[in-house]
Design a protein around this ligand. Structure first.
Ligand code: ATP
Ligand code: MG
Length: 582
């Protein structure tokens, strides 16, 4: 490809509406353009990268034994009603009507479609295991589309679905996908790590997210360097808070005391009351699937909503409004407490850290008053003891006791053992060896292809631009003659090298633009081609060309060796990123 013929609209200025560096570089390097919030057009260089990421995903899916299919993005709402997700996923579902006023759903994912297919086509255990995947556009009505391709309304996802006759079979399928994911991200030149993920309503512990460490990520990962433990904060557990919960028996009965104007944990912790936060019980009212629920936590702990959803099996949960608190407990937030008589039909979920707590202080369910000397198991009707708290950095790892760390990360992939949730609802059953019908045991496996593309930039860049891993670069080599006049030595050599490298199967772009060297260097660094060959009159006169790997030092090589050296460099990079193939 000749640069003069290519559409690479680079930008000098940092676009004002791009907050994170990878989003800025996608725009500045001329890879994408915004149509509207969460909607982007891929320009030629962007498409080249996208196709390369897709090709890696496709190769590794095929290698892992999955078979490619392609499902419609437009889906009938009936299958979504059958799975229950017409309701539970309503927040992200795009719906539209055709000219006959019939409603359709735009696919955010495809469990319903693939399970409908399985219900019709899979009849015997002999047809399993089988794994179907597709790489296709997905639609999600994200409330806050942001960071470019990271959280878009329309994006590309690879989604795979495995069907097995047995649980052990399903675990083996899961493992194959888990391993394939490791290879995919490594081949993309991306450092991504599996972490234990929340399994929500479905339960079990067979779910991992693949995370790319980045300050701009939207997930918190809790990890221990000693044990290798790593979990999404939505799932993470520890040995508990650093300061233990008070448990000494006092024998004293609960006592009301006046606390005018005190409505926060902090103000009760301050003078004149000086009740430490870990000696307080925090009472929250939540509306869980339209019903009020009471939640008790230590005063210094934060509720983990994902855990709440998982433990209650809920699909929707939100804090109650002050009015709803009054309806449930007769008091407003800030004075709530559970020692009072609470309606029998309101379940009380208490965090495990409060087990055995004594001498605690909590709201008296009356504005301006609190209760002290509370013994939770004596004074409060707890209906469920559960882990609801959010782990904090510094707490002890369960396995080693070493301090846990927390860091931000981008979720690029997700593997999930589904079990029979969808196969039961959509009737995907098969005849087993003994002639009995069973629901298929399923797994689902997603990779955000466009998010991965941007995560690579987030991880691989410097002050000058993108530093593409060779495996996903739009071109592998950029030939840069500093004089482009036909007949000049740099131009002639560039044409010759272009032919040699192309013949060797290398993807080359020749910067034949009549621009100053500085402009060309800046552009090629911004777009991030892995290897540049600078062909200047002066060095050619000395019999040399400059070999300039992106982000590394220049090396002078004899003209006669230039082609072979460039080819060897690219081949070495390819082998480094795909050792299985080399
Ligand atoms: P998130 O928690 O970031 O919203 P999710 O848990 O909803 O993601 P999955 O349903 O597991 O995502 O989808 C599989 C993959 O698709 C994710 O790991 C992510 O890489 C990608 N993905 C999900 N939502 C988006 C989006 N709005 N834009 C781009 N990629 C997305
Ligand atoms: Mg996920």
């Amino acid at each position: 490809m000749r640069w003069s013929q290519a559409f690479i609209p680079t930008l000098k200025e940092v676009p004002s509406d791009a907050e994170i560096v990878s989003h800025q570089l996608l725009l500045r390097a001329g890879l994408i353009r915004k149509l509207a919030g969460g909607l982007y057009t891929f320009l030629p260089m962007g498409v080249r990268v996208l196709r390369k990421v897709e090709a890696i995903v496709r190769e590794e899916m095929n290698r892992a034994g999955a078979q490619e299919v392609l499902m419609p993005a437009l889906q009938p709402p009936e299958i979504w009603q059958a799975s229950g997700r017409y309701e539970t996923a309503r927040d992200v579902l795009f719906k539209l009507k055709d000219s006959a006023q019939r409603e359709w759903v735009l696919s955010p994912t495809a469990e319903e479609v693939i399970t409908t297919l399985a219900a019709a086509e899979l009849n015997s255990y002999r047809q399993m295991p089988v794994n179907f995947y597709q790489i296709s556009v997905k639609f999600r009505d994200e409330i806050r589309p942001r960071f470019g391709l990271m959280r878009a309304k329309e994006f590309y996802m690879k989604d795979a679905y495995s069907f097995d006759a047995t649980d052990e079979g399903a675990m083996a399928s899961y493992r194959r996908m888990f391993d394939a994911y490791g290879r995919i991200f490594a081949r993309c030149g991306l450092q991504a790590f599996p972490v234990e993920a929340d399994t929500g309503v479905i339960g079990g512990n067979h779910s991992h997210e693949f995370m790319v460490p980045a300050d701009t990520g939207e997930n918190d990962v809790v990890y221990c360097e000693t044990s290798g433990y790593a979990a999404n904060i939505e799932k993470a557990a520890s040995r508990g808070p650093e300061v233990p919960t008070p448990k000494d028996r006092t024998g004293e009965a609960p006592e009301t005391f006046a606390t005018p104007g005190v409505v926060t944990i902090d103000s009760l912790a301050a003078a004149p009351y000086s009740v430490p936060a870990h000696g307080q019980i925090k009472t929250l009212v939540y509306i869980v699937d339209s019903k009020p629920v009471l939640i008790l936590l230590r005063g210094d702990d934060l509720l983990n909503e994902a855990k709440l959803m998982a433990r209650t099996g809920a699909t929707h949960a939100r804090p109650a409004t002050p009015e709803e608190c009054v309806q449930t407990l007769g008091a407003r937030p800030g004075s709530l407490g559970a020692v009072a008589r609470i309606p029998q039909d309101v379940p009380v979920y208490a965090d495990e850290q409060l087990r055995g707590a004594r001498g605690m202080t909590t709201g008296a369910n009356e504005d301006g008053f609190h209760l002290r000397h509370v013994e939770i198991e004596r004074d409060i009707r707890v209906s469920h003891w559960v882990d609801l708290r959010t782990v904090r950095a510094g707490e002890a790892d369960i396995a080693t006791g070493q301090p846990l760390k927390i860091r931000r990360a981008i979720e690029v992939g997700h593997v999930f053992k589904l079990g029979t949730k969808y196969s039961e609802k959509l009737n995907a059953t098969f005849l087993g060896e003994t002639g009995q019908r069973h629901p298929c045991v399923m797994g689902c496996y997603g990779i955000g292809v466009t998010r991965t593309l941007q995560a690579i930039i987030e991880q691989c860049h410097d002050k000058d631009g993108i530093v593409w891993p060779t495996s996903v670069a739009p071109f592998e080599v950029c030939l840069t003659p500093l004089t482009v006049t036909p007949g000049s030595a740099p131009r002639e050599l560039a044409d010759r090298l272009y032919a040699d490298l192309t013949a060797a199967g290398i993807e080359v772009i020749l910067d034949d633009r009549d621009e100053r060297p500085g402009v060309k260097f800046k552009d090629s660094e911004l777009v991030g081609f892995p290897l540049r060959l600078n062909l200047g009159e002066k060095s050619l006169a000395k019999g040399e060309v400059e070999l300039k790997p992106r982000g590394r030092n220049v090396e002078m090589v004899p003209i006669a060796e230039a082609a072979a050296r460039a080819i060897a460099w690219v081949q070495a990079e390819r082998a480094r990123l795909n050792p299985a193939k080399a």
